[in-house]
Design a protein. Structure first.
Length: 288
């Protein structure tokens, strides 16, 4: 009997390869679990507190097992102020994000393609300068033209944050796109800006979605600009949340219910945009 035939007739199973588990894998899993707990625990506590009474919220013996109530949501939605503030936040966030993307995406392409690093550095200065140092001159200037308390001043102030953010995310993304595609389009007769519109911009869709989502979240959570530059009719959700805190007491149940309502739209946007978010954050990591 040949060796090959004996091997086929051998009933013993082939030995399994020995897999050596690295101790770093367990440490990595523990670290990821701890980070997730640190991030998720406050959100869980907020949502649970939204269904508690003020007495239950301040009672340390009441954990996640309690009799839930919807009174907090009924109270905060009764006068319509929360819904108006949610609408204001949505208007300011969407408009400022769209306008910032219209300005920043072509600028990022120009900086990345034509090595305009000095121009990009000047825009980055706007990101470095503390925004609070600009509130007094902004308030004075916009008050002179009667814009304080309007949507226009809120959109412009939020664009001050959104434009540098989108610009610097998209610069790395455009630098990672093959320049040969645009050169081929220009050979076919397109102008440089035409190549950007027809070639680079569609390829940059994941990065643009990522940058726009992050800019919208920054606008949605912005408190300082709206506190100074808005009025009762145009105040956004962060300012409305501040009204639940008074000198004498804090309506914890109402505050947590309103914070939960504020978190839901951004959470839904992140869930539905997760595919673009992951693709956009990783696409600009390499060049060529």
């Amino acid at each position: 009997m040949s060796t090959a035939t004996a091997t086929r007739l051998d009933p013993r199973p082939a030995p399994r390869p020995v897999v050596r588990r690295s101790p770093w894998g367990a440490l990595r899993a523990i670290a990821i679990t701890l980070v997730c707990l640190v991030i998720v625990a406050p959100v869980v506590w907020m949502i649970a507190a939204a269904f508690k009474t003020n007495v239950q919220v301040t009672d340390p013996t009441v954990g996640l097992v309690f009799s839930p109530t919807l009174d907090n949501f009924r109270n905060v939605l009764a006068d319509g102020e929360i819904l108006r503030s949610l609408g204001n936040s949505a208007i300011v966030g969407v408009v400022s994000t769209v306008l910032a993307a219209v300005i920043a995406v072509p600028a990022a392409w120009a900086v990345g393609r034509f090595a305009m690093q000095r121009t990009g550095s000047l825009v980055l200065v706007a990101r470095i300068v503390p925004a609070i140092s600009l509130l007094v001159p902004w308030y004075y200037l916009f008050a002179q033209v009667g814009l304080v308390g309007s949507y226009t001043v809120l959109v412009l102030s939020h664009m001050f944050v959104a434009v540098p953010l989108i610009l610097w995310i998209m610069i790395g993304f455009f630098e990672g796109l093959p320049v040969e595609l645009e050169e081929a389009a220009r050979t076919d007769g397109l102008s440089p800006f035409g190549a950007f519109l027809r070639i680079a911009l569609p390829l940059a869709a994941p990065g643009t979605a990522t940058a726009a989502l992050l800019a919208f979240i920054a606008s949605w959570n912005n408190f300082m600009f709206a506190l100074i530059l808005s009025d009762e009719d145009t105040q956004t959700m962060p300012v409305t949340l501040f009204t639940f805190i008074s000198y004498a007491s804090t309506d914890w149940g109402g505050l947590m219910a309103a914070a939960t309502l504020m978190t839901v739209p951004v959470l839904l946007a992140a869930v539905f945009g997760q595919k673009y978010l992951v693709a956009g954050l990783t696409a600009g990591a390499t060049k060529g």
